[in-house]
Design a protein around this ligand. Structure first.
Ligand SMILES: Cc1cc2nc3c(=O)[nH]c(=O)nc-3n(C[C@H](O)[C@H](O)[C@H](O)COP(=O)(O)OP(=O)(O)OC[C@H]3O[C@@H](n4cnc5c(N)ncnc54)[C@H](O)[C@@H]3O)c2cc1C
Length: 369
């Protein structure tokens, strides 16, 4: 098959889908990305909020930064750095112990290099999804994938049954494309019917995930009592991480912005009581207040923020990795690749490796025809 004549649909413009699409397009394959959200990024999204006084506030409310120890990923990051999409975040990091009320484990500038997207974490996905050879469609949720046996093509439809076109291959970069959780949240069957890929069905039938709440805070003045710009919490049942958003390179410093992450256990307890449906504004306000009060219980001098809002990540972290060695799953006959962090490791590095591998396997299979 001629790569130029090959049309591939990539479902999801998170980092795994964006890396996959970029590498497919570089190899001459024509790519269409479908992303259900309004913009690219997935769990490395950037949130724009408006304060009561009309001020624009930006928060990386998913992954705050990422690291790698993999040479291929490092090479990719260097390329993104050259394009101004990524910068190293050099600050002092550590932990805060709720029992001793002290900062501990201080790491000058961190043990591993920490990278951030510029000027937001989603910038990498945004740039990759605009590369030549890629058409990106945002606000489009793929609702069903039908295999046309007589044509060797996939036919995609959106969630309302509208036609999205026919493709020689599909890359599914989100576990909700096939997981039972999709049904638990939406009441509908997931887009991919697993009986179409019997060889993969047993591996992908379920990928358990853990949730997390992010609390976005903006202060008029810097929190001078905090000597670190990123720290984990020890001995808190509610809080896991605190990250000073405005200390990252390329961010506005007109206010001091922090993002706190809840513990997974705290988020699970809330979901056990409230269910998986989208939380109401009232529920999010209550959660924001609870997490902020825990932040104040550190005893640090924390002033009243002029902006405070919680966000729920229902599927923040996959609990298992389903293709640690292969890095993605592949059905050669139907040209279906499944990639994402849940294949390799629950972080940006794992997602990049998975998307990159899916593109390589895909390209190789097309060039062999
Ligand atoms: C709060 C939080 C903190 C984190 N902290 C870190 C950290 O410090 N370091 C680190 O390395 N990682 C961290 N992570 C993990 C990291 O964000 C993820 O591992 C990585 O972003 C996953 O990328 P992905 O492409 O696999 O999936 P995703 O980013 O989830 O992308 C999947 C995309 O597919 C889209 N999609 C799904 N179904 C459909 C459909 N039917 N049609 C169209 N589009 C669809 C989704 O909207 C989404 O955009 C954190 C995550 C969270 C939530």
């Amino acid at each position: 098959m001629n790569p130029i004549a090959t049309k591939v649909a990539v479902i999801g413009a998170g980092i795994s889908g964006a890396v996959c699409a970029s590498n497919l397009a570089k190899n001459g394959i024509s790519v269409t990305i479908f992303e259900s959200a309004r913009g690219p990024g997935g769990r490395i999204s950037r949130r724009r909020e408006i304060g009561e006084d009309g001020r624009e506030l930006y928060f990386d409310h998913g992954a705050p930064c990422f690291s790698t120890s993999n040479a291929d990923v490092e090479d990719m990051i260097k390329g993104w750095e050259t394009r101004g999409l990524v910068a190293e975040w050099t600050q002092n990091f550590g932990s805060f112990d709720f029992i001793t009320k002290k900062f501990v484990n201080l790491e000058k500038e961190g043990l591993n290099k920490k990278y951030v997207g510029m000027p937001g974490m989603n910038s990498i996905c945004r740039a990759l999804s605009q590369e030549p050879g890629i058409e990106s469609k945002f606000g489009v949720m793929v609702g069903s994938l039908e295999w046309l046996e007589n044509k060797d093509l996939w036919s995609l439809k959106d969630k309302d049954g509208h036609d999205l076109g026919q493709f020689n291959g599909v890359v599914a970069s989100d576990k909700s494309t096939f997981s039972q959780r999709f049904t638990q949240v939406s009441g509908k069957p997931p887009p991919l019917d697993l009986s179409l890929v019997p060889g993969l069905a047993d591996i992908i039938k379920d990928v358990p995930v853990r949730p997390c709440f992010a609390l976005m805070l903006a202060f008029e003045q810097p929190l001078f009592s905090i000597p670190l710009k990123g720290f984990s919490f020890e001995n808190s049942e509610m809080l896991k991480w605190a990250i000073c958003e405005s200390s990252k390179p390329g961010r506005s410093t007109s206010s001091e912005r922090w993002v706190l992450h809840s513990t997974e256990q705290y988020a699970e307890n809330i979901i056990a009581k409230a269910g998986l449906q989208k939380p109401s504004n009232a529920a999010l306000t209550e959660i924001a207040e609870q997490l902020f009060q825990e932040f104040q219980r550190t005893g640090l001098d924390i002033s009243t923020p002029f902006f405070k809002k919680a966000h729920r990540w229902g599927s923040a972290f996959p609990v298992t990795s389903i293709a640690t060695n292969e890095k993605c799953l592949w059905d050669a006959q139907k040209k279906l690749a499944i990639c994402g962090d849940f294949c390799v490791s629950p972080n940006v590095e794992g997602a990049i490796l998975s998307g990159f591998t899916a593109a390589s396997i895909f390209t190789e299979s097309v060039s062999r025809l």
